[in-house]
Design a protein around this ligand. Sequence first.
Ligand SMILES: O=C(O)CCC(=O)C(=O)O
Ligand SMILES: [Fe+2]
Length: 305
Amino acid sequence: MGSITKPKLPVIDLSSTTLNINSPSWVTKRDEVRRALEEYGCFIALFDGVSPELRNAMFLASQELFDLPTEVKVLNVLDTPYNGYIGQQPMVPLYESLGIEDANTTHGVESFTKLMWPSGNQTELDKIVMKMVTESYGIEEEYESSIRGWTSYLLKPTKYLRADQAAGDDKMLGILPHTDKCFMTYLHQDEVNGLEILSKNGDYWIDVEYPPSSFVVMAADAFMAWTNGRIEAPTHRVMMGGEKDRYVLGLFASIRDQIIEVPQRLINENHPLRFRPFDNYKYMQFYYTEEGVNSECPIKTYCGI
Ligand SMILES: O=C(O)CCC(=O)C(=O)O
Ligand SMILES: [Fe+2]
């Protein structure tokens, strides 16, 4: 491992100023997005400048949220396991998160969400990425008719305590290696790095350095199954070092009340069908069963062929 220069994640500019659906650069970018996802399962998207003032405001709000007493935070209970409040877990003592379901619609949290996702356009990033990937594969119709309208968004402010206990250069685990169980994930962080992506061959971890105004776009398990395994959900973890707490805003897109089925176009001799039709929310429930937790690749166990 020592002397290998590790690759960095591809950075793709998806700011609205650079995107024009009728220009040749749209096609180039679209295929770049697909290739990045096929190769790494994720990439860094530069996405419309969030002003420094807004960024500060949203991370300040996040900080205030985590400063609430634990008794208040635990009141945030959601139906899907691990989507409400998580904290004080012995395996990952630095980690804390608070999920807000239906982040783009639920009336009561709308203003909070708007603050957290300035100009409300981060679900727009999902729309752009999905348009690009599905166009690139020629499966836009399948996306429009059976996925897009069923997408729900979980907004998850997350805090990682600084790793005071870490001695010297040692880092502490912020979140255990995992793949996400939803469809797609969009991550935005404050200034502290820590996210690491496992390379496709599993040989090394890639450190993620976010440029300002950038998001990590990451495929999750349900997307991997929908694309018949063309795009794999990358294993990732967080390692904490240094003297600052880390704040992250995650947006997790899942498909609700709709069976996900591999589009015919993605099935052929070289790519035989690998996944049976499945329900994303039932899969997330399955993941927290004993069988799911102990499975090496839960999505394959759940609906693999
Ligand atoms: O903190 C990060 O950068 C990643 C968080 C994450 O992987 C998750 O919440 O699923
Ligand atoms: Fe994750």
